[in-house]
Design a protein around this ligand. Structure first.
Ligand SMILES: O=C(CO)[C@@H](O)[C@H](O)[C@H](O)[C@H](O)COP(=O)(O)O
Ligand SMILES: O=C[C@H](O)COP(=O)(O)O
Length: 958
């Protein structure tokens, strides 16, 4: 090319027409490769815009960011949104620095880079204001523009931000009327700033007016009309509008711009140095290949405008663009075009309303994808440090799960969960029970007191720590004890959660009072069992060590202001650790109820909580449903329950088997109510696939450091047989903290899908009341109300409620025997039912083994799910679902005469009486709820009675 042939770059030439070209694109390599600088130098680019779609394409579709994600994650675990923001902010800052000279040379007219607030805030004025301020402070560049959508909530936010001196790019503008609101809000914002004595010349703003999407939408409507009309005039009218409405709309809006910024009102601000809010043409890539690829550049050139252009259109215009002052041409035709549109019966208002709606969705969807992709990249970096989850479901079940996942994503339900929205459940007081969402972070922030406690207990030379508590106050400590065992250098943890005198005696045989630290743990501080445990053990310690020293052997964990707090203060307990009132017992594992006993037994709680925090980040509100491990699990649990697969069968590696006990409470007590919910099936012996019905979901929690090959084989066989399965991999026991959190989220989500309040326990309260009536009666009369068995054989007495007694005796007829009664009772089991043994006897290995055999016999014969609970501990756990959940349980309660008599200090009743009252209270509520329940009462020789029962059951099931 000779010198004379050298032609000015058409992009550069646009400056001569008063138009600035910005680049509608950002990506890290654009900056690091020097390409942005080249575009500035060669093509006259004077600004950069970004949006959620642009960042989604940049981060999802490239490896530009992977190394940075690794570096960040290696130093400190972050959640997806915080990772994304760091990446985006780094890019925005780098682009702002490159554009800084233009910002200065143009006296702050150009040289801006835009960063959009979260699209999830489009309907939240205050949220947008806060987020914009946060991003403004984080980016720390004067040539930043914060993008805010032109929604009814976004416009007032923009006005406020302008008055705060923050540059704003108002985006998603389609309609002239909305533009006018935006321009007025901008002017009002500047007026406020001026009235406050602020420097209005420092603030700048653009109004991003979308172009091509209008033609796409209108052309589609026209095409539909053309298909159905043969009227020539109408066809001509319609055809003439194809590809012309967007430009007409922009021209008329530009005319309004000129009028507004010539007004007297504006002139006052202009006199103070204010800059007009320029119209910025966005969405200017041609979408219809039949139109010129530079249509939305060539036709929109005018003084004091900006066109933000994506790279391909930029290159096309540099190649063959023909600049001319086009915006003010043929305004009459533009007006006519808009009138014609209305005349043709196409409502432009409906089109622009719809475009705004779709535009918001598009950005939200892109943001979801972006955050999902960042989460995936984060998971790759974390590897086995994050427990993984996979599932195998039938096609139907998969479709149902996918549908729920999509609903949760589209309706922003994870964000609603994290923002404590009670309407996700029943709209009662659920919002008051979500404190567990933030507990891991809070605990880590004050980890020192847990470390100090661990050191103090270690130094004190205690041989045992005894945890006295029930349900939510005992099950996590029990998981810690059974998983971590005795930690070298620390006392051994023992957990007492039974009023069975034999069980208490077994504990007494294990400890030396002078070397034992007791932890009385009760959130409410008013639960019967921990209260009488405290009375008993405190009295014993006082007797041995004297009144002065006893308190030194006691720690309390309770909610502030509880009765237990006052008792602990009066008795000079060594420590009182507090719970968080907005965390219910079963969600309290990662709070002091789990962590104080764990620290006392020498578990590295900082390590456990750090690991849990990784799962918290994965379940964060910013992680879309399908990538959110807690939500995925919850949706599977909820969706399958709603289709009759409500028996959540837990298979746990031997070393972490006790997690099942904790999960039982969480799932059953949270969801089992209103005749709905999940029935957890824990520790049921594994069987051949043919012994299971079609009411199960199997969840295999595999400890990768110590898996059980038998479980592996059984689960593989179940998958093979088409049973629905979820697999969770836990690399090592310290990652159990992750499961506590994942399952809490999952339970809350499942509860929402099932449609119940996941945070109350109405039927547990009912049996507490029934028990209290009985113990009160005992205190007055010295005896529990008399009761008569319906049948007795070999020292085993049968009790039931009057209705069931009539039913049983009618069916049994004259053939009265233990075998007959049990046969009739068990014959009530139908497909979809479950069988539960409720044993108010000492929970020890030999009793468990015998009851497990009975359970397995019933399961194999009836092909129903089976449960085993020891009373009274299960009352604070699965008891809720047995009474309040689906009425599909057939219950066999077992009680016994106590061989040991242990008095409760200060009471007329003994522990044995309390246990008997609990069993009777439990039975009474089961009956009140029309459950199918039979009670067997053994004599003192429990072992022998269990053996007999096993024989009888075998005869029943032949
Ligand atoms: O709003 C601005 C600039 O302020 C742009 O980044 C704007 O988001 C984009 O031009 C559009 O989203 C692109 O839309 P489209 O070409 O996909 O229809
Ligand atoms: O799960 C909770 C149990 O019912 C015990 O309650 P608590 O911690 O208030 O004593």
């Amino acid at each position: 090319m000779t010198v004379s042939e050298t032609r000015t770059n058409p992009l550069q030439a646009l400056q001569n027409y008063g138009q600035s070209i910005w680049l509608d694109y950002i990506r890290r390599s654009l900056i690091t490769s020097g390409e942005l600088q080249r575009l500035i130098d060669d093509d006259g680019v004077r600004g950069v815009t970004s949006n959620p779609v642009i960042f989604q394409k940049a981060i999802t579709g490239s490896t530009d960011y992977d190394q940075t994600i690794k570096i960040i994650e290696d130093s400190e675990d972050r959640n997806a949104i915080s990772l994304y923001e760091q990446l985006a902010i780094e890019d925005i800052q780098a682009a702002a620095d490159i554009l800084q000279p233009i910002y200065q040379q143009t006296n702050r007219e150009d040289g801006y880079v835009s960063l959009e607030v979260s699209p999830y805030l489009a309907h939240d004025t205050q949220g947008t204001i806060l987020e914009a301020h946060r991003l403004w402070l984080a980016v720390k560049r004067p040539n930043l523009m914060i993008k805010v959508p032109a929604t009814p909530a976004g416009i007032p936010a923009m006005q406020q931000l302008i008055s705060d001196g923050i540059n704003v790019n108002v985006t998603l503008l389609f309609a002239q009327e909305v533009y006018e609101q935006v321009a007025n809000a901008y002017i009002a914002g500047l007026e406020t700033l001026a009235a406050r004595g602020g420097d209005v010349s420092q603030v700048n703003s653009v109004a991003s007016f979308f172009i091509s999407r209008i033609d796409t939408a209108v052309d589609n409507l026209i095409a539909t009309r053309l298909k159905i009309t043969s009227n020539k005039d109408e066809r001509r009218l319609l055809e003439v509008m194809l590809g012309r409405i967007a430009i007409a709309n922009a021209k008329l809006t530009y005319q309004r711009y000129q009028e507004i910024y010539q007004s007297d009102r504006w002139q006052k601000l202009a006199g103070l140095g204010a800059k007009a809010q320029r119209l910025l043409w966005a969405s200017t890539a041609t979408k219809n290949p039949q139109y010129s690829d530079v249509l939305y550049v060539e036709e929109l050139i005018g003084i004091n405008t900006v066109n933000t252009i994506p790279p391909t259109t930029l290159a096309a215009f540099a190649d063959h663009g023909q600049p001319r002052s086009s915006l003010t041409e043929n305004l009459d035709i533009a007006s006519e075009m808009m009138l014609k549109l209305e005349r043709a019966g196409i409502s432009f208002k409906s089109v622009t309303d719809q475009l705004l709606f779709e535009g918001l969705d598009l950005f939200s969807d892109a943001f979801d994808q972006l955050l999902g992709s960042v989460e995936k990249k984060r998971e790759i970096v974390l590897g086995a440090k994050l427990d993984s989850l996979s599932y195998k479901l039938s096609e139907d079940l998969t479709a149902s799960v996918q549908a729920h996942l999509e609903t949760w994503r589209v309706q922003g339900k994870i964000r609603r969960l994290w923002s404590h929205d009670a309407s996700l459940w029943t709209g009662a007081d659920e919002n008051r029970w979500l404190g567990w969402l933030g507990i891991t972070e809070d605990q880590l922030a004050q980890i020192d007191y847990l470390k100090q406690l661990a050191q103090e207990v270690k130094d004190s030379g205690f041989s045992h720590v005894v945890l006295l508590g029930m349900g939510g106050s005992s099950l996590c400590p029990e998981v810690m004890k059974l998983t971590f065992g005795k930690v070298a250098g620390y006392p051994e943890l023992l957990v007492l959660d039974s009023t069975d005198p034999a069980q208490i005696q077994t504990l007494l045989n294990q400890i030396n009072f002078t070397k034992t630290l007791f932890i009385v743990s009760s959130k409410s501080g008013s639960t019967l069992e921990p209260n009488i445990f405290k009375q008993y053990f405190f009295d014993r310690v006082q007797q041995i060590l004297g009144a002065e020293s006893a308190g030194n052997h006691f720690i309390a964990i309770t909610d502030p202001g509880s009765q237990l707090q006052h008792i602990a203060e009066d008795d000079n307990f060594r420590h009182i650790f507090f719970g968080v009132p907005s965390i219910g017992g079963r969600y309290s594992a990662l709070s002091n109820f789990g962590m104080v006993p764990a620290a006392a037994m020498g578990v590295d709680v900082a390590k456990l909580l750090d690991s849990a925090e990784e799962m918290v980040h994965s379940c964060a509100p910013s992680v879309p449903a399908k990538d959110n491990p807690g939500v995925v699990l919850g949706i599977i649990l909820g969706a399958l329950a709603n289709q009759g697969r409500d028996k959540v069968t837990l298979i746990t590696s031997p070393l972490i088997a006790d997690l099942g006990g904790w999960l039982e409470q969480l799932l059953a007590e949270s969801t089992g109510k209103d005749n709905l919910g999940l029935i957890p099936i824990d520790r049921e012996p594994l069987g051949d696939p043919k012994v299971y019905g079609s009411d199960r979901l199997f969840v295999y929690i595999r400890l990768e450091s110590a898996p059980d090959p038998n479980q592996d084989a059984a689960v593989a066989a179940l998958e093979q047989a088409g049973q629905p399965t979820v697999r969770i991999s836990v690399a090592n026991p310290y990652q159990l903290g992750q499961e506590f959190f994942r399952w809490e989220i999952a339970t809350a989500v499942a509860g929402s899908i099932i449609g119940i309040n996941a945070f109350n326990q109405p039927d547990v309260e009912a049996s507490k009341i029934a028990t209290r009536q009985l113990t009160t009666e005992y205190e007055i009369t010295g005896a529990l109300p008399p009761e008569t068995p319906i049948f007795t054989e070999a020292g085993i007495k049968l009790f039931t409620d009057p209705k069931n007694a009539v039913f049983l005796s009618e069916v049994v007829g004259h053939d009265q025997s233990l075998v007959s009664y049990l046969r009739v009772h068990l014959n009530q089991l139908q497909g979809g039912d479950y069988f539960a043994l409720l044993a108010y006897i000492e929970m020890n290995e030999s009793h468990q083994a015998q009851l497990q055999v009975i359970r397995q016999l019933v399961r194999d014969s009836k092909q129903v799910a089976t449960c085993l609970g020891f009373g009274p501990r299960f009352l604070h756990s699965t008891g809720q679902a047995y009474k309040g959940g689906p009425n599909t349980g057939v219950f066999l309660q077992i009680t016994c005469d106590d061989a040991v008599n242990l008095p409760v200090t200060g009471q007329r009743y003994s522990f044995g009486v309390v246990k008997a009252a609990q069993a009777r209270g439990d039975f009474q509520v089961l009956s009140d709820r029309n459950r199918r329940a039979l009670r067997l009462h053994f004599g003192k020789d429990v072992q022998a009675s269990l053996e007999l029962l096993q024989t009888v059951i075998k005869q029943v099931l032949v």
